[in-house]
Design a protein around this ligand. Structure first.
Ligand code: NAG
Ligand code: NAG
Ligand code: NAG
Length: 371
């Protein structure tokens, strides 16, 4: 993985190296203000934790075609290539974030770590079991990621002052998280009304996570919202109807997109409340919904053919019908698709979303100029 870490070859002449650095500064507005990134979330940004946790029973994501773009090998990312935090790291001049789990007990994580894990929920699985007698298929949740983070912090920064100073010069990316609290529920065909009822608890859990990292010393926290799930091939296929009123002008499922927007609205309110309580911290909302709708509306501006078709899958509607694995069909160049495996997006789609957050088009302030 060393060759992906953006290290310059030592033989490069110094003059060239200096001009490369200056060029990067000019192009990307690098300010060098973040020494590290710590991130939390689910399969949207997992860079290898889920694959590591499941190493005794490896699944499709540890095999090609996962990783076919950029890395040319599977890395545990649930995409053909890089995921959103990879683009943040590269734009901020940092190496790609290592997953936390493989080095949880030993790593110094000098440029940060990614605690996100495939299948993670915001709320704990116990919440759903106790309140709704619903068994979530995955054990991970935000609490466990934060516990693991605190254990790492206790090892790499000794004492409260050192922790505050280490986190003060770090960027924290809190999500996307919470999507699975709805995905697993809807895919089990549970009540949509009840999902609306527990939404405030999902949002409150994300908000509590933001407050927790601020209490530990974080000064810049990026909080992404949920995606337009009504435009996701697995939703489009599972909830297909003959009623044209169920679809919006972009052929996405109206109810599910409205649901995501309600979640995002509540999350933005929670962020306003957190800002008022934490005047010393910068909390940036990242509009993943709007950034995704950008290529749903104008796919051709980004070289995408049909934004509702998956690149990897079967011959069913929206290219569903077979899960993405080494026997599935690859329907073309992943760079021409927004959806990779019917649920997760392609590197191409993630790069468009990351650009929108970095340059400020889809964030309430540009991440590149956050310092
Ligand atoms: C909880 O769900 C299980 C099925 O998953 C069912 O067998 C059981 O009766 C339910 N319990 C209650 C109290 O509803
Ligand atoms: C690939 O997925 C299909 C289901 O879509 C499954 O039948 C097959 O066993 C999987 N193959 C591998 C190698 O995982
Ligand atoms: C910012 O990124 C978005 C998404 O990729 C793009 O549409 C927009 O043109 C960019 N804006 C600027 C000012 O670079």
């Amino acid at each position: 993985m060393g060759s992906f870490m953006g290290q310059y070859p030592t033989s490069l002449p110094v003059v060239l190296l200096v001009s490369v650095v200056l060029l990067l500064n000019a192009d990307l507005g690098l300010c060098g203000c973040f020494k590290r990134i710590f991130s939390f979330g689910d399969s949207i940004i997992d860079t290898g934790n889920g694959a590591y946790a499941g190493r005794n029973n490896p699944g499709p994501i540890t095999q090609l075609p996962y990783g076919m773009t950029y890395f040319h090998q599977p890395t545990g990312r649930v995409s053909d290539g890089r995921v959103i935090v990879d683009f943040y790291a590269q734009a901020l001049g940092l190496p790609l974030l290592p997953p936390s789990m493989p080095q949880a007990g030993t790593g110094q994580f000098p440029t940060g770590a990614n605690f996100a894990v495939f299948g993670s929920l915001a709320l704990s699985p116990d919440y759903y079991k106790t309140k709704y007698n619903f068994t979530m298929p995955m054990p991970w949740c935000l609490d466990r990621q934060l516990d693991s983070f605190k254990m790492v912090l206790a090892r790499i920064a000794l004492g409260e002052a050192a922790t505050k100073s280490l986190l003060g010069e770090s960027l924290v990316v809190m999500g996307e998280i919470g999507g699975n609290d709805y995905n697993f529920w809807f895919s089990a065909r549970r009540s949509r009304e009840i999902a609306d009822k527990y939404m405030p608890d999902v949002v409150a859990r994300i908000g509590a996570g933001v407050q927790e990292v601020i209490n530990l010393g974080a000064r810049t926290v990026l909080v992404p919202g949920n995606f337009p799930i009504g435009c996701v091939p697995s939703y489009l296929s599972s909830f297909r109807t003959d009623n044209s009123a169920d679809y919006d002008e972009f052929r996405c499922l109206r109810w599910f997109n409205d649901f995501s927007q309600r979640h995002n609205q509540a999350l933005k309110q929670e962020i306003s409340r957190l800002r008022a309580h934490n005047p010393g911290a910068k909390i940036i909302y990242a509009d993943y919904y709007g950034a995704t709708m950008e290529f749903v509306r104008n796919p051709h501006n980004h070289g995408i053919d049909d934004p509702l078709l998956a690149c990897c899958g079967g011959a069913g509607p929206y290219h569903t019908g077979k899960s993405c694995n080494n026997t599935a069909t690859i329907w073309g160049d992943p760079a021409k698709f927004a959806s990779w495996d019917q649920i997760h997006m392609t590197e191409k789609a993630y790069s468009v979303i990351a650009d929108g957050v970095l340059n400020g088009s889809y964030a309430d302030s540009s991440l590149l100029h956050a310092c």
